[in-house]
Structure formats: C-alpha cells, structure tokens
Design a protein around this ligand. Structure first.
Ligand SMILES: Cc1cc2nc3c(=O)[nH]c(=O)nc-3n(C[C@H](O)[C@H](O)[C@H](O)COP(=O)(O)OP(=O)(O)OC[C@H]3O[C@@H](n4cnc5c(N)ncnc54)[C@H](O)[C@@H]3O)c2cc1C
Length: 858
C-alpha cells in the first residue's frame, strides 16, 4: 500500500490529480473541423439528436443505417466531450435485469463487427470477465442470476475456484468461493467506439455538426421543434436529448426537471506490472463484489475502479445547484485517493501484485445518475416528439443496444421489446432534486450490494406522494415503493419477526402473507390501492378515442371492464380498467408503474387523431381502498343505504355511494378474485372511510392486507399481471387474454390488423400455469423452465399459494408442452424443481364459484 501512496504522493507533488485537469483532446473531430464553426446548419431534419457522446452518436448511426433521411446530430464541442472520452470502457453481457441483457448483448455483437463495417478501429478487447463471490450469500446470488440467464443467449457460466485461478493466476484465492464467468466480456476504447459509430453514421447519410450547441428549443404549432443554435435554426420532426450530464439543462429549456445528477467516479491506472506483462495473455476483468470495484488489464498494467459507499461518494453539488458550467468540456474533477483507500486495500489483498504497482494516472470524471441508476430511454410524456436518451451510468456498454432500441422505436412507432424499467415516464413530479440526490447516493453506494428478489431501498422515502391513509398504516406494515408511493407489502402482528430481511429463499414475510391470504379468503381485508394511475376522459370524441385505443368493447354506463391498449404489431402496451361513469365520461385505472407510460400513449393518439376530448390525470387527487373477502359485503352494507346484495350490486358494476357520509365511487371488482369492491374517493377523505370500515367490520374481524398477499391471491385465480405475463413482448392471444379482445367490434382499434394476422398464422408459444414442488423457495418470475435437459421457456411470475398449499408460476412454453399433467422442471437457485402443467385457475374466483353454486341449486 505504501508504494501506491508513494506513487500517488509523487503525482500530487507534480500537480497531477488534485486539481481540475484540462486534458488535451485525444483527437479532434476532423469531419467538419473548424469549418463547422462558420458553416450554417441545415433548415430541417427528421430527427435531431442533441449530444455527441457514445449514446447520441450510436442513435444517429442506427437511424441513418435504418434508412431514415435527414438525421442530424448536434454536438456543442467535440464528439465524446462529456463522460464518454474518459470512461474505463468496460463491456459486459451481464445485467441482473431481464431486458437490459438484450441491450448488452446487442452492444457487444455490434462492437465485434463495427471496425469491419466502418473501417475505423474500436480497440475492443474480450478477455472475459469474472464476478467473484466470496460469501455464501453471493454464491446464491450468482446461482439466482444463472437461473435468469439460461433462457437468454448471453454466454455465462458459474465457475469453481480452480477455474477462476486458472483464468486469473494473480488472484489471492483465500476467500474466493465461486465466480460468474462471461467469456465475451472485456473493454473498449470509448473514444474510438464513438468515432467509429460517427464514421458509420456519416457513411449512411447522417450529418454531424460539432461545435454547434443547442441554445434553445421551441415547440411549433404542428408538434415539431425549432432547434436553435448559433449556426442557425433547424425545424425537426423530433428531437432526442442525449446530452449526458447536461440533460437537466437541456430539459429545463422546455420546462422539464429531469431527475439526473452528476456523481464523481474515479479509476486508477498503474504502470507496467511485471507479473502481468509476464503472463503473455490478457487477464479477464474481475469484479470483486465484496470489495466493490472492477479491475482490468490496461496495456501491461492494471486499471482499478471502485464504487465508494453512499456516505463517501461525492455528488457534484454545485452543478446540481447552479447547473453545469457552460464551458465545461473535456475536464476532470479533482481526484481523491483517500476516499477510495478501503477499496484499494481490498484490491491489494485480492490481487497482491497491486501492492508494488506504481500509479500513473487517476481519472475522476462525472457520470450521470438517475435515482435507480437506469437510463431514461424513449418518448417523454408531456411534450410531443421529445425523446430522451439520458441518465447513463454505464453508457458505453448501453450505447449500441440503446441506439438500436430507440431507432427501431422511432422507425416503427413502438418499442421493439419490453424495456419498461428504462421508460423516462417512470419518474414524475415527485422525483425532486433532494430525492434524486438521496437515491443517486444510494444507487452509487449499492452498485455491488447483493441483488435480492423483492429488493427494497429506503433512501429518499417517503416522497411527497403519499396516500390518505399512509400515516395510519406506516407503523404497522412493511411498505413497498411504487412510483413514488408507499404501499403496504404486508402487515405485522405481535410476535412477528419484523423488519426488512431479504433472502433468496422464503423469509420473514412468508407467515404474515399466509395470514393475510386466509383473511381475504375467509373474512374481509382492506388494502390501500391509491398508487393506481387514474385518468378521467370526457368530451365529444371520448367514445371514438377509446374505441380506437382499446381492443375490448367499451363498457356501458355504470359498468366496468378490463381493456387492453395494443401496439400496431399487436403487442400488449397496457392493461386498463375502464368504467363509463356517465355517458361519454370514462374513468381509466392503470397500474402504479404505468401511469405516465399509459398517459403518453393516450395523449399521442389524441394528438394524432385530433380528438375533441379532455384527458385529466387525477392520480394524486383520488385515493383508493380495496375491500375484499366473503364478509366484505356485510361490512359495506353497514355503512351504506344502497343495496349491496349480489342482485343489487352486480359484479363489474360501478355506483356512486355515500359511505359513512363520504361520497365514494364503488366498483365491484377485486384483483384478489374474491368478493370485493374498489372504493374511489377524494384522497382527503380516505382516512375517515378507512376508519369507518375498520370500525364497522369489527364483528367480521376485518383487518389489513398488502400487495404480497394480493399477488398470491391473483396468481392462484389465474389473473395475469401487466409487466409480467403481458407486455410489449407478448401478444394478447399467447398471454391468454382472448376473452378481452373483440376482433368483431366495428372500430379499427390499434393492433387489430396485426392480431388478425397473428390469428391466421397461429401461435408458437402460450402462457401456461404451473404447480411446483419446492422446499423453502418459491418462483419469482424470469426463471428458466427445463424439459428433458433442454431450456423450453421461462416463468413470468410466481408465488406460494396459501389456498392450494403449493408454489405456482406462469410460464411461456411451446404449445406441444402445454398439456395438463406435463412434467417439467423450474430452476430455482441452481436446483431444478419438479413442475407440472396445471389447469388454471387453481382456485376459482368468487363470481365463478357463485355461478357454479347457482347452477347446482337449479
Ligand atoms: C470515470 C468513468 C468511468 C466510466 N467507465 C465506464 C465503463 O467502464 N463502462 C461503461 O459502460 N460506462 C462507463 N462510464 C459511464 C459512461 O462514460 C457514460 O455513461 C457515457 O459516456 C454516457 O454517454 P452519453 O452519450 O450519454 O453522454 P456524454 O458522453 O456525456 O455526451 C453528451 C454530449 O452532449 C453534448 N452536449 C451537452 N449539451 C449540449 C447542447 N446543449 N448542445 C449540443 N451538445 C450538447 C456534450 O458536449 C457531450 O459531448 C464511466 C464514466 C466515468 C466518469
């Protein structure tokens, strides 16, 4: 260690590292050279990409390659002059999420062939990478990740210490238990990559203007944009914000406060290490998860990059407060070795040759963080034809895949596949600057924490977005975070083992959830459903608009139904509960995670079709309580003069009631599948309605339940969940939503033509219902399904059913395997558990049970 410090001290004495560096450009953008300063930009463009980092240039390349004419990229200084030029350039197939694996996969495949395509080298090294587990829970995490990777093309292996030592002979193996090995991983030169993409973009016809800052944006009356620069104004059909850590500044030009903040990230480069040089082959990249750092070979030396804890990491506060200094270009931050010494020590223990290595460079640069460290990719709700490609913590590896993803979306009008976790509209007004900073700290510090299923993170909570019963519930439950809201996961009782205790196996919530499922199946429970997204749609054209948007027929006045918005290719864009309140006035209810995602789709259609309607987002004003269970009717009847009997208040009916003197809109529906109502009311009245319900239900032993119980109850009833069983990767027929799709309705709804074609061609896979024999573990979704040693599909969600006393899962499987009784295996934590294709549902819903009872009585 002293050698490292000495080396660092020497650097400090030479004035390197402690001060803001102005580093010479690695190469000037030569295409237009200085001439671009004098050259006027063109008048119009189909797409103007703003920002010439790896992400923006990749998008320009992909759009031009896809055949879009008039693609323009504007860069305020030189290409790469943001975060890109100094990135460590690590590339990996690995991502813990499901969808982003596709982005990584595409990027690597692109990087492999880019030089051949553009003639420009990219400096791509693929020595492989190993994620190192040195605790038993890490080994579980690696197994959990293998289960979620087997059904992807990503090459990934769980390897033993002997193999790790063979691949990385300089490792101290004392603590190493296992590794996750991705042979195609490595690193790329980010500058060369961007230049190669730029060469490709120009080759396919895009125009790149360096030294052309965007200084203003004006939305035109016809929904296009005037993009102002000192070199002239461009009229663009769409603009894409790809400005890296200037994303907030650009967004502010049009009134957005994007939740992105700059954080400091450092890496250290050593001089030649003789032992490294002597190896003759390039070492794989290692990620020491307990030490929270990456380490790779750089020429004959090593490059080491740590992620400090949330307390130690540094946000660039002055930029957050005052904005990024306008002149900031290819500069770096002051480096600070002291801050990363804990990681240095751990790295020296793991890779002992580091102890004698001399540091030749320390890079400390700005990375853009969003609250959850995922980028914001796609069209932004609230401004037509404004797209974002911002918030990249790992923009080098994301650049290729994101460029292709966005280009496909722009060209075809719909996302090529599900990437909901990166939708820019997952954020909203509740993502304030303090919230974003708290979360960015947490996300940075948690870069290498164990990624458990059902993970909760607590920084920045609660936000300003709380339901009317939050104060009443917060101390008696474990809250989950949903789009800014706190929503109970499950409730505690005296004697329960409480607190957040995540695990890859069943944990302390298992018992309480079972108790709540029993409550709803046998008695009556209350759940806070306020996080639902809620829109009121009315106006002369409301029927015509919704008939075009939804594949189901519209409900009659006073009725509710489940409807789906489809994409032109016939994929499930959204699932919405639709109620016609008065003639032409509709209440639309969607999930908490899809509020602005759905609103964007509706607004787009309103705009394109010039419908005379008003669409009002009432999510924050309306609170919702769900009351469910066989005794729910008796409880509600005590509080209302209305007839709550089965004949008086039918399933899927909506009525306005006075409940304990409070005006409430009640819909007889429950995602639990049991007898139940959803009660919509002014958020300010929730407290008194909740208290009235609890009081009225004392004799019925009324109690609270949370979303974990609801998930188990909906699964055993065979109810699909949007985002799991259905999304932009699935059509409604394979998801088993046929009942809700009305191909015969006269309206030409979005996706109808595609569905007719899908129907004519027939399906290749379908959603199946599985029962599993497990021990102390239940499926979550995204696990691999095996048959005769072959991967045949993947689960989409899963849970334990406390009614059926076994684990359940939905899974996509080839048709020939969807036969009742078919034996399969579902992989959980590295073990394959027996699974059986079952007839769904495992538990009949209350309306079906009531119908059956009536039939048997007649
Ligand atoms: C030290 C360090 C190491 C890293 N290592 C890795 C790694 O190993 N792997 C990895 O995947 N990622 C890594 N990253 C992250 C990666 O560098 C970024 O995520 C990525 O470069 C972001 O690219 P971008 O195109 O979004 O933004 P940027 O590269 O920041 O580009 C934005 C561009 O927009 C331009 N611009 C801004 N405002 C305007 C305007 N008004 N008009 C015109 N142009 C404008 C800027 O000049 C800039 O060129 C690292 C980052 C740092 C700091």
């Amino acid at each position: 260690m002293s050698r490292v410090l000495n080396a660092f001290d020497a650097l400090v004495r030479r004035g390197v590292g402690r001060n803001t560096l102005r580093v010479p450009a690695r190469g000037l953008e030569t295409h237009d050279g200085d001439g671009a300063l004098r050259k006027c930009v063109k008048d119009s463009a189909e797409t103007v990409v703003i920002g010439g980092g790896c992400v923006g240039v990749s998008l320009a390349y992909h759009l031009a390659k896809a055949g879009q004419k008039d693609v323009v990229l504007l860069e305020k200084s030189e290409l790469t002059a943001g975060s890109t030029w100094h990135a460590a350039g690590l590339t990996t197939y690995y991502h813990p999420g499901i969808n982003l694996k596709k982005i990584h996969y595409y990027s690597i495949k692109l990087f492999e062939q880019l030089e051949a395509e553009t003639g420009q080298a990219v400096g791509f090294h693929q020595p492989g990478s190993i994620r190192i587990a040195s605790t038993p829970v890490r080994v579980d995490e690696l197994k959990y990740q293998m289960t979620r990777t087997h059904w992807h093309p990503t090459p990934q292996f769980l390897i033993e210490p002997e193999k790790i030592q063979q691949l990385f002979p300089l490792l101290n193996m004392n603590k190493v238990l296992a590794g996750l090995y991705n042979p195609g991983d490595g690193h790329i030169d980010p500058y060369s990559l961007t230049m190669s993409l730029a060469a490709g973009a120009r080759m396919y016809g895009a125009q790149i203007y360096p030294h052309t800052p965007v200084t203003g944006l004006t939305h035109t009356a016809d929904g296009r944009w005037d993009v102002h620069t000192p070199q002239g104004t461009i009229r663009a059909n769409r603009i894409v914000n790809a400005t890296g850590f200037w994303a907030r500044e650009l967004g502010q030009m049009i009134g957005f406060q994007h939740p992105t903040v700059p954080v400091h990230h450092q890496y250290v480069v050593t001089a030649t290490v003789p032992e490294v040089k002597a190896l003759g082959t390039e070492l794989p990249v290692i990620r020491d998860l307990e030490g929270s750092y990456y380490l790779r070979q750089e020429r004959d030396g090593l490059l080491f990059g740590p992620y400090e804890s949330e307390e130690k990491m540094v946000l660039q506060d002055s930029w957050i407060r005052d904005g990024v200094p306008p002149g900031f270009g290819k500069e770096l931050f002051e480096s600070d070795l002291d801050r990363i010494m804990d990681h240095v020590e751990m790295a020296m223990e793991m890779v002992p040759v580091l102890k004698n290595a001399d540091i030749i460079n320390i890079v400390s640069g700005p990375i853009t963080y969003t609250p959850d460290l995922l980028p914001m990719i796609g069209p932004h709700q609230g401004a037509h034809n404004y797209w974002t490609a911002i918030g990249f913590g790992y923009g080098i590896i994301h650049s290729g895949g994101v460029g292709k993803f966005l280009s496909d979306w722009i060209m075809s009008g719909e996302p090529p596949y599900d990437l909901i976790e990166c939708d820019p509209n997952r954020y909203g007004n509740w993502t304030t600057v303090p919230y974003t900073c708290a979360k960015a700290r947490e996300s940075y510090g948690f870069n290498n924490v164990v990624g458990f299923p059902k993970e909760e993170r607590f920084a920045g909570r609660p936000t300003s977005r709380v339901s009317g019963v939050f104060e009443l519930l917060k101390d008696k439950c474990s809250m989950g975070f949903h789009a800014g809201w706190e929503q109970p996961h499950y409730f505690h009782k005296p004697g329960d083992d409480i607190g957040y205790k995540p695990s890859f196996r069943r944990t302390n919530w298992f018992g309480p959830v079972g108790r709540e499922c029993k409550l709803v199946m046998e008695g009556v429970g209350v759940i806070d459903l306020s996080p639902f997204g809620k829109f009121m749609v009315k106006g002369d054209d409301s029927h015509r608009l919704l008939d075009r948007l939804f594949a189901n027929t519209l409900p009659k006045v006073g009725q509710t139904n489940i409807s789906h918005m489809l994409t032109p290719r016939g994929r499930v864009y959204a699932e919405v509960t639709v109620t016609q309140i008065t003639p032409g006035e509709f209440l639309l209810i969607t999930g908490s995670g899809s509020e602005l995602h759905d609103l964007r789709w509706i607004e787009r259609e309103v705009y394109d079709g010039d419908y005379r309607v008003s669409v009002c987002n009432v999510t924050d004003e309306i609170g919702v309580l769900g009351v469910a269970g066989p005794k729910s009717r008796a409880v509600l009847q005590k509080l209302s003069d209305e007839d709550m009997s089965d004949a008086g208040f039918r399933f899927l009916q909506c009525r306005s009631l006075q409940l304990a003197g409070v005006p409430v809109r009640a819909i007889r529906i429950s995602y639990t599948g049991e007898l139940g109502w959803e009660l919509y009311m002014d958020m300010r009245n929730m407290r008194s309605v909740y208290q009235a319900l609890m009081e009225a239900g004392q004799n019925e032993d009324i109690d609270d339940f949370g979303t974990y119980a609801m998930n188990s109850l909906r699964l055993e009833k065979g109810f699909r969940a949007w985002g799991a069983e259905m999304n932009c990767d699935t059509n409604p027929f394979e998801a088993g939503l046929d009942y809700f799709i009305k191909l015969n309705k006269p309206a030409d709804f979005v996706g109808k033509q595609a569905l007719l074609e899908i129907k004519a061609q027939g399906l290749r896979r379908r959603l199946a219902f599985l029962t599993l024999n497990t021990d102390d573990i239940d499926p979550e979704g995204n696990e691999t399904v095996w048959h005769n040693g072959q991967v045949v599909g993947n689960t989409t969600s899963g849970s334990y059913s406390f009614t059926a006393h076994q684990s359940l899962a939905f899974a996509y499987l080839p048709l020939h395997l969807i036969v009742e009784g078919q034996q399969l295996e579902v992989e959980l934590l590295g073990q394959r558990y027996p699974a059986t294709v079952a007839k769904e549902p495992l538990v009949l819903t209350e309306p079906s049970r009531t119908r059956q009872q009536r039939k048997s009585q007649t």
